[in-house]
Structures are given as structure tokens and as C-alpha cells.
Design a protein around this ligand. Structure first.
Ligand SMILES: Cc1cc2nc3c(=O)[nH]c(=O)nc-3n(C[C@H](O)[C@H](O)[C@H](O)COP(=O)(O)OP(=O)(O)OC[C@H]3O[C@@H](n4cnc5c(N)ncnc54)[C@H](O)[C@@H]3O)c2cc1C
Length: 291
């Protein structure tokens, strides 16, 4: 098969314009597993566009005026888990630290996580809770859309043939944010249930996104609306029974299935506990203040 290794974004887009059905290869941590396990059968006629050497995809920019961080699609989980990006996007850093092993995190990219669009993708609830935008470049130009709209189902996205995910723009909120996940063990594990909670103190809003409990990532809007009224914003505190109710509303927003990892009932319960804990961590007085 033909493997193209463009050295610039322009060359990568040209390659995809010529071969719109080409396989895009970033870190290869999903794609190569699919090939090795024969979930994706190759005929040898395919074209692969390997984007690992495209510098524009590997860079990120903090824009303090716009209050966002623009992550190139090729930014890896290793870059997200520590350093300046972790300080700017703490929930994404927390999610990054739970991905695979150090070797996987060195190769795995945020763009690959999005394009694979597994309901268990660890970066994805964070992008949805923070209301990130996905930028796509292709033969017909550049378009952006909310991450929540980009992901349309289990491993199904709004990406069109010939398009490259070029970047993700993540708004910076002013408040506590965190990510939590339940798996069958503590490390090297795919999420059975996951949640990201993000607080924005100036607008007094609470966002909660759930992973692994529906065909794609879901926002728990009833829980979010409940939290806005239930939280004592001046004291930065939440009553235990309100946190419990928040968890129940989160579970009600899920529509999990039974599979080889867990039952639907376990997933619903797990997401209830995760949501309750996240809200308590966000609003526990001096230690975990929302601000
Ligand atoms: C051992 C192991 C453990 C793992 N653990 C976790 C885990 O804990 N949590 C988790 O979320 N994931 C995990 N994964 C899955 C994987 O690491 C992530 O989904 C990762 O983010 C994929 O990124 P990648 O760059 O390797 O993508 P690739 O494998 O290169 O590509 C994945 C898909 O995205 C497409 N693609 C990649 N980049 C682009 C782009 N810029 N534009 C358009 N399409 C693109 C490819 O064509 C392909 O379809 C694990 C994988 C392995 C092998």
C-alpha cells in the first residue's frame, strides 16, 4: 500500500484531497490495533496518510484574550498530562493520566481519540463538558463544530471523506474541573463509566458530561440545572443530599448497555457515584473550592 508522510499541513490536505478515502494515521494506537486484530481488513490497495510529521498538528496555543487553548489534533496525551497544558486544562490532564500506559500516552493523540469516537474515549467527556469546538480542514475549506455535535454515535463522527481533524479549541473556564473514571482495575483500563464536571463561577454554571454510558458522550442537563440552584455559590458549598440528588439525575441521563465489561445497572450506579463525588469535590469549602 502507499504510505504518504506529508511534512506540512498543506501537503497533508493535498494528499487527502487526492485520496479522500485514505486512512489517516496519527499515533496508531487505535488504528494499528484494529488492523492487527482484523477489525479493519486491508486489501493492500489503501493509501495511508501518516500525519505524525505535520508540525502544525503538533502545536498548541494559549490565547488569553479569547480565553481558550487551541490544541493541534496531533497533541499527545503525554503533552496534556503535565506541564503548562495541565495547568490550563486540569480536567483534560486528569483524563490524560488515565489513558493506557506511558508508552501509549506518548503516541496517542487527542485527534485520534476524537476520530475513533469510542463512547469510552477518556478525552471526550472533558471536551464535551468544556464545550470545545472541533476544527476540520478539507477540500471544501475549514469548518468548526461543537465536539458534542461532531460525535454522532458509537465510532461515528461528522467527519467527511478527505477531511482532517486539524485542531480542538477548548474554552478556559473560571472554576473547579475534574474527571473521574471507573474501570475493572486502576490502570491500563478502558472506562466502564466516566464523568467530567466543570464549574464556571462567573456564570454560575455547572457542566457534567458522561462517558461509556450511552452510544456517545452525553450531557446531564437536568443534573446541571439542578446543581445551579442547589449549590450555595457564596459559601462554595453543596449539601450532601443535594449531591446525592445530582448523582441520581446524572444516572437518569445515561442509557448504558450490558457488555463484556459491565452490566448496564453497574454502569448507571457507577456514573451516579462519580457525579456525586465530582460535585462534592468541586464544592467542599476551603479545600476544594469552586474558584
Ligand atoms: C494498550 C492501549 C490502551 C489504551 N487505553 C486507552 C484509554 O485508557 N483511554 C482511551 O481513551 N483510549 C485508550 N486507547 C485508545 C487510543 O490510545 C486512543 O483512542 C488514542 O487517542 C488514539 O489516538 P492515535 O493518535 O493513536 O490515533 P490513531 O490510531 O492513529 O487513529 C485512530 C483513528 O483516528 C483517525 N485519525 C487520527 N488522527 C486524525 C486526524 N487528525 N484527522 C482525522 N482522522 C484522524 C484514524 O484514521 C483512525 O481512524 C488505548 C489503546 C491501546 C493500544
Amino acid at each position: 500500500m502507499a504510505v504518504l508522510t506529508p511534512g506540512s499541513l498543506e501537503d497533508a490536505l493535498d494528499a487527502l484531497a487526492l485520496h479522500p478515502d485514505a486512512l489517516v494515521l496519527a499515533g496508531g494506537t487505535d488504528l494499528m490495533v484494529e488492523v492487527n486484530e482484523a477489525h479493519r481488513r486491508l486489501t493492500g490497495e489503501e493509501t495511508v496518510v501518516a500525519v505524525g510529521r505535520v508540525p502544525e498538528l503538533r502545536t498548541w496555543i494559549h490565547d488569553p484574550l479569547e480565553q481558550h487553548v487551541r490544541l493541534g489534533a496531533g497533541v499527545t496525551y503525554a503533552e496534556l498530562e503535565a506541564g503548562p497544558l495541565a495547568a490550563l486544562l486540569p480536567a483534560l490532564a486528569q483524563a490524560a493520566r488515565t489513558v493506557g500506559s506511558p508508552q501509549i500516552r506518548s503516541a496517542a493523540t487527542i485527534g485520534g481519540n476524537l476520530a475513533t469516537c469510542s463512547p469510552a474515549g477518556d478525552g471526550l467527556p472533558v471536551l464535551v463538558a468544556l464545550e470545545a469546538d472541533v476544527e476540520l480542514m478539507g477540500p471544501h475549506g475549514t469548518r468548526t463544530m461543537p465536539a458534542a455535535e461532531f460525535m454522532i454515535g458509537v465510532k461515528r463522527t461528522a467527519r467527511r471523506p478527505g477531511e482532517l481533524i486539524s485542531a480542538v479549541t477548548v474554552p478556559l473556564l473560571d472554576g473547579w474541573q475534574g474527571y473521574a473514571k471507573v474501570g475493572v482495575r486502576n490502570a491500563m483500563v478502558i472506562a466502564i463509566a466516566s464523568s467530567c464536571l466543570a464549574v464556571d463561577v462567573p456564570t454560575r454554571s455547572v457542566r457534567l458530561a458522561l462517558g461509556s454510558v450511552a452510544p456517545t458522550i452525553v450531557r446531564a442537563s437536568a443534573a446541571e440545572a439542578f446543581a445551579v440552584d442547589a449549590v450555595d455559590w457564596d459559601a462554595s458549598a453543596v449539601a450532601p443530599d443535594a449531591a446525592t440528588r445530582f448523582g441520581e439525575l446524572a444516572a437518569a441521563a445515561s442509557s448504558p448497555i450490558d457488555d463484556h465489561r459491565a452490566t448496564a445497572a453497574y454502569r448507571r450506579r457507577a456514573v451516579e457515584v462519580l457525579a456525586r463525588r465530582l460535585l462534592q469535590w468541586a464544592f467542599v469549602g476551603p479545600v476544594g473550592r469552586a474558584r
